[in-house]
Design a protein around this ligand. Structure first.
Ligand code: S3P
Length: 178
C-alpha cells in the first residue's frame, strides 16, 4: 500500500465524524504515537464557558453552542503539532471547514447508524440525542451530514469493525507527517 502524501500543511490532524465514531479515543492514541498534543474541541468550548456541552444547549440553545464552536475553532487552529477531535457537528458551517481544511490533514471516521446507536446507548450527554426515537435521529443526522464529512476529509476510515487502536494504526499508515 502506498502512503498518501499531502501537499499542504500536515503538521496537524483533525478527526471528524459522527458522535460515537471514536474521535476522542482514536485521537488520544494518535497524539500519543506522534508526540502531538491532543485537543478535544468540545473540551475547549466547555472550558471557555465553564459549562458542560449539555448545559450550554439547555441554557443557551444550539445556535449559541455553534457560535462558540466556531470561535473556538478560529482560536485553536493557530496551533501546530496537534491532533484535534472536532465535535460531530463542526462540519455544518462552511467557515469551520475552511479553517479545519486549511490547517490540518482531515480524517473522517465513518460510523454506520446501527454502530453509532450501539456505542451511544449509555450516553446521556449528547443533547441532540435526547429523544425517544434515538435510532431515527441518528440515522437522519448521519444521512444529512455524510456528504459534508466526505467533502471536508482528505480520507476516510471505516470504524464499524475497528477498535480505536486499529483506526489509529490505519491513519498512521496513510498520513505522511513531516
Ligand atoms: C454534536 C456532537 C458532540 C457535541 C455536541 C453536538 C453534533 O460532539 O459537539 O453535542 O452536532 O454532532 P461529539 O461528536 O464529540 O460527541
Amino acid at each position: 500500500m502506498e502512503k498518501q502524501i499531502k501537499s499542504h500543511n500536515t503538521t496537524n490532524i483533525s478527526l471528524i465524524g459522527f458522535m460515537g465514531s471514536g474521535k476522542t479515543s482514536t485521537g488520544k492514541i494518535l497524539a500519543d504515537r506522534l508526540k502531538f498534543l491532543f485537543i478535544d474541541l468540545d473540551n475547549i468550548i466547555e472550558l471557555s464557558l465553564s459549562m458542560p456541552v449539555s448545559e450550554i444547549f439547555e441554557r443557551h440553545g444550539e445556535e449559541y453552542f455553534r457560535n462558540t464552536e466556531t470561535n473556538s475553532i478560529k482560536k485553536i487552529y493557530v496551533n501546530k503539532n496537534c491532533v484535534f477531535a472536532c465535535g460531530g457537528g463542526a462540519i455544518i458551517r462552511h467557515e469551520n471547514t475552511e479553517i479545519i481544511k486549511k490547517n490540518s490533514t482531515v480524517i473522517f471516521l465513518h460510523v454506520s447508524p446501527s454502530a453509532a446507536f450501539e456505542r451511544l446507548k449509555n450516553s446521556d450527554n449528547r443533547p441532540l440525542l435526547k429523544a425517544p426515537n434515538r435510532f431515527e435521529v441518528i440515522t437522519e443526522l448521519i444521512k444529512k451530514r455524510d456528504s459534508l464529512y466526505r467533502r471536508t476529509a482528505d480520507f476516510t476510515v471505516d470504524t464499524d469493525f475497528k477498535t480505536p487502536k486499529e483506526a489509529a494504526e490505519e491513519i498512521l499508515h496513510w498520513i505522511d507527517i513531516t
